[in-house]
Write a protein that binds this ligand. Structure first.
Ligand code: TXA
Ligand code: MG
Length: 331
């Protein structure tokens, strides 16, 4: 494996090597501004098939295709309506995925047989350079084993997938920390499939109302909307309190702006942002969940944040990770 786990950040040689691997049909994990992706040439069905194999991911869950710039969109998508264009212009490069009618040349494996494709331009120097050098759109899910949390640091990828893939490009921790916002422009009004790094409020300010796909009911059967997802191994609860759990249990706390009193009543505490900053909280979410998961706790209690701006993405991920995440839906 060409692992550059210890490489200095932004090493051109490493990126060129990784691009060669992609061209050869191999699998390379690389950083984006959201989370690390596990990439393969989107036109190479064998390579794409290996992504599903490496992750243990069901093939009915389609992959996002990453492109270097908006000019490459036509390699991937057949058309983009005006709302889609506006969003792409404003939010690319960035944590925004547009679902558009797909080009026939994109492998059915990428889209799980759907006639639509998810596409985005990542806002990350290493990802950009890799895409340019590989000279091809790159299909990439988050670089984790199926149903685990997305990696925001290279060492996590190495631990989960190191012996299954050909390369890992390390460029430090991801700055956004939650995955891209996914909007389908194949329906009118457009539909939010996943809250993410671009707040819904910003999208609506630009193109008017979008429909928010429900987390329950019919829409949970839509691709990628498996309710329990992004989960730590330790049972995590949103609606339990410390006193609801056995007194001798080891319990961790995950929230923003932890108070001294809270600190004292838990065995381990991760503060997502001491100052209550949603951006910082998003960036720290997965690494904090993972850190608590490694502390041999019996339970984790997590607290949701304000359900606006990046808070929607944070709450969505917390609900999917929690045992009781869908007992109550407040929106
Ligand atoms: O930020 C991100 O989006 C990261 C980085 C690596 O780009 N990628 C990521 O990919 O989160 P993944 O595979 O873990 O999640 C992609 C989601 C899946 O839930 C999938 O169902 C949905 O996107 N998706 C992809 N193509 C779709 C399509 N044509 N229609 C509906 N959903 C789609
Ligand atoms: Mg994922």
């Amino acid at each position: 494996m060409t692992s550059k786990y210890n490489a200095e950040a932004f090493d051109y040689d490493t990126i060129s090597e990784a691009a060669e691997l992609i061209k050869k049909g191999q699998l390379v994990a690389f950083p984006t501004e959201t989370v690390y992706g596990l990439g393969a040439n989107a036109f190479d069905s064998n390579a794409v098939a290996r992504i599903f194999e490496a992750k243990g991911r069901p093939t009915f869950d389609p992959l996002i295709v990453h492109i270097a710039d908006v000019d490459s969109l036509w390699l991937v998508a057949k058309e983009a309506n005006e709302k889609a264009r506006k969003c792409m212009e404003k939010f690319w490069p960035g944590p925004f995925t547009a679902i558009l009618p797909k080009k026939e040349t994109i492998s059915d494996l990428v889209t799980s047989g759907l006639d639509t494709v998810g596409v985005r331009v990542p806002d990350h120097r290493t990802a950009q350079k890799l895409l340019l050098e590989a000279g091809t759109p790159v299909a990439a899910p988050s670089a984790n084993l199926f149903s685990h949390t997305s990696p925001t640091e290279a060492w996590v990828v190495r631990e989960m997938l190191g012996d299954r893939i050909e390369g890992i490009v390390d460029d430090g921790p991801c700055q956004v920390g939650v995955e891209s916002t996914i909007v389908s422009f194949c329906e009118e009004p457009p539909v939010l499939y996943r809250a993410g790094g671009i707040p819904v409020e910003e999208i609506e300010a630009l193109i008017g109302p979008i429909r928010i796909a429900g987390a329950t009911g019919e829409e949970k059967k839509a691709p990628g909307r498996t309710l329990r997802h992004y989960a730590p191994r330790t049972p995590m609860y949103l609606y339990k309190k410390r006193e609801d759990l056995p007194e001798n249990a080891r319990v961790g706390l995950l929230k923003m702006a932890v108070t001294e009193e809270e600190s004292g009543s838990f065995d381990e505490v991760k503060d997502l942002s001491e100052s209550g900053n949603l951006r910082e909280a998003a960036m720290n979410l997965y690494s904090s969940m993972r850190a608590l998961d490694g502390k041999e706790l019996d339970y984790i209690i997590a607290e949701q944040v304000l359900n606006e701006d990046l808070g929607r993405a944070i709450n969505d991920r917390l609900r999917r990770a929690a045992e009781d995440g869908f007992l109550r839906i407040d929106e």
